[in-house]
Design a protein around this ligand. Sequence first.
Ligand code: ADP
Ligand code: MG
Length: 237
Amino acid sequence: EHEVAEYRSSLGIRVSGVDVPRPVKTFEDCGFSAELLKAIAKQAYEKPTGIQCQALPIVLSGRDIIGIAKTGSGKTASFVLPMIGHIMDQPELEKEEGPIGVICAPTRELAHQIYVEAKKFAKAHNICVSAVYGGMSKLEQFKELKAGCEIVVATPGRLIDMLKMKALKMSRATYLVLDEADRMFDLGFEPQVRSIVGQIRPDRQTLLFSATMPRKVEKLAREILTDPIRVTVGEVG
Ligand code: ADP
Ligand code: MG
């Protein structure tokens, strides 16, 4: 235990919550498939970043997480890599039954970046990723979602539009990520985020990432996460 505490502090990691899994040192420690490890190596990711070392084992254990770390610290892979395993573990159903993983991000640019990163790893297992954000034809997007996919990366407004149009069902969604939660609030998406969360089964796994934790985000986290573990890396405001 002392060693674990020292390792965490060497990475600037602070944790709170019950039964926190030990941080990993390598991607091999995570139990990823050979295909996924190969895809990681192809990105030239030699070893996990600080947030990844602690967030990966937490998420892989099925726990809810609040991840707080500054921009550029590698948060995307913290939620994308375990999502691949989560999807592989689900019974095979028709893609038309809707996505298993749902990722919300505040802006088109961010949603697109996550989409690109997710595709690199999803490819390893032929998992399909769709991007859902403004600036693309709603009809095209509707058709794409109707055809089905396992992962949806979306901005809250456009995802609500697609849900209203019944482009996708949420019955199979069990892995929800709210990325850059603080910015989603800054941009006024709290009602949309709450509406989306309300349409996803309560026995889902929920991951919330943010660079800062203002009181409103803290309140949302208390309401929508179950027994979460909080991980903070470095100095955050
Ligand atoms: P954040 O979401 O915390 O702002 P990102 O997930 O966008 O950070 O990652 C920032 C950059 O670091 C990206 O270019 C990403 O490809 C790269 N990256 C992520 N994880 C690793 C890693 N383990 N090793 C090397 N580079 C990484
Ligand atoms: Mg990010």
